[in-house]
Unconditional design. Sequence first.
Length: 117
Amino acid sequence: VQLVESGGGLVQPGGSLRLSCAASGFTFSSYYMSWYRQTPGTERELVAAISSRGSSTKYAESVKGRFTVSRDNAKNTVYLQMNSLKPEDTAVYYCNAGWPTPLYDYWGQGTQVTVSS
């Protein structure tokens, strides 16, 4: 299994970022895919999830209306569009297969999102 997150960076409050997660080593199109985030000293938090065909999505209350999860099964890639970013969205963002719990113990390197003026 390989999960490679990208697209993070430094953005001002109110700005936007689009994260990508390229997956390999499993049948991507058969599984829910989820986005998580983690800050130092805290548990990893489930942010968003999307069903195998993209027909169903789930969001944490803290990001509802601001984040949108999508996927491209032809590219084995899941995306997280983040709008109206807030400083409290600052974290390392990870993806994994499965919902509501991660399918794999393996985690990629994540991508750092920093929201600051």
